[in-house]
Design a protein around this ligand. Sequence first.
Ligand SMILES: NC(=O)c1ccc[n+]([C@@H]2O[C@H](COP(=O)([O-])OP(=O)(O)OC[C@H]3O[C@@H](n4cnc5c(N)ncnc54)[C@H](O)[C@@H]3O)[C@@H](O)[C@H]2O)c1
Length: 428
Amino acid sequence: MKVAVIGTGYVGLTTAVSLAMYGHEVVGIDLVEAKIAMLKQGLSPIYEPGLEKALVQVLQQGILTFSTDLKDAKDSEVLFVCVGTPEATDGTADLSYLLASISDIGVLHNNNPMVRTAVIKSTVPVGTGDRVAALLEDGQSLFVVSNPEFLREGNALADALKPSRIVIGANHQAARAVMERLYEGVAAPRVITTRANAELIKYASNAFLATRISFMNELSRLSTVLGTDILTVAQGMGLDSRIGPEFLRAGVGYGGSCFPKDTIALLQLAQEKGVSLSLLDKVREVNRSQPVWFMQQVRKHIPELKDKQIALLGLAFKPDTDDIREAPSLTIIEELKKSGAEIRAYDPIAAPAVQKLHPEVTYFDTPEEACKGAHAALLITEWKECIQLPWSVIHANMAQPALFDGRNAWPMNEVREAGFHYTGVGRS
Ligand SMILES: NC(=O)c1ccc[n+]([C@@H]2O[C@H](COP(=O)([O-])OP(=O)(O)OC[C@H]3O[C@@H](n4cnc5c(N)ncnc54)[C@H](O)[C@@H]3O)[C@@H](O)[C@H]2O)c1
């Protein structure tokens, strides 16, 4: 099938590459010329494991092309909308990019009539698909589908090629049939439903995952006081098949472009409808305070941080991504700056992005260098290269051998035996 993907960010580029790998003829469209120029050369503007290699392959096969002009999608039967829906100043989802691309699709369709399906992959508030359909859908030649995306950054291509589920919200049988044809051969459970249900599935999934994280983070505060080990507690909980082991890891809080903005957008939507989602409100509050609570644990051991050298290992919101949107590292940098500490940071991929925001931080090429002369090292993102460290070398080179493990990923017993002070999140 001929497919267009509008927006070539984390979701759009992954969607474009995976659809080409399924055998569709895909054109990726973006407004940003520099991005399209890079993509045409087989260079990925984002860091995502395996994505660039796959991109080069499908480019060479000629089944994926890129353009800044939607006219190059005039023959596309399916048009995916993968543009950003960031948080507006009032917490609602900013739909301006989405509505602009919908309007572009309307113009393209009027100028080049054929049967088409516009597929909203961006995360949008419940009712958006119906609102767009009222503008676009004629039930004859143009259909609107909601097909939310569940990929995880850092594992995006693998998730797109082997999705946990395919949710299709469509109010017309013809549109459902197009989507079945598009995803033919992709082994994943299907949920075929209305657009509104599909939209709520996406928000509810992210809100629920955020809830699990905040539950464990709040519990880790109790675990710290009780002297229990949250890792063992999580392991014991996760073995219950009704609970499962995923998303039970206590840490410095969730970040990224999805959980923070999708939880606030869901809260705003509920408020608009006169419904209180008080639990979700608390989830956000716990997440906001978790990096601050973590810094209090640091201060218990080092009460005066002024002029102390503090190493931050990991800056991206999670490993295997360059994404720093809403990353807990940014809150921790602010907290350290307020305390007058000198910050020494390392991240294998995301350092340049943080450097733009925080040129006053000193950046190093290895975790070992960042730790040299430091009075404490804080693990913020569990990159492989930040976990597997030569502990005796680190110990010998730190001014004060104190480790604060914001991801419970360092080997607690081993580092304590090596002579470090170790504080994890809810561990003792
Ligand atoms: N990033 C994730 O892990 C993830 C996962 C699931 C769902 N989502 C959702 O997917 C959507 C996209 O997220 P993202 O992280 O890929 O965003 P992104 O910011 O990385 O990419 C958006 C892209 O859209 C382009 N764009 C904006 N307006 C355009 C227009 N009118 N025409 C063409 N291109 C346009 C931008 O230049 C940018 O390249 C959001 O709604 C997000 O909530 C994201």
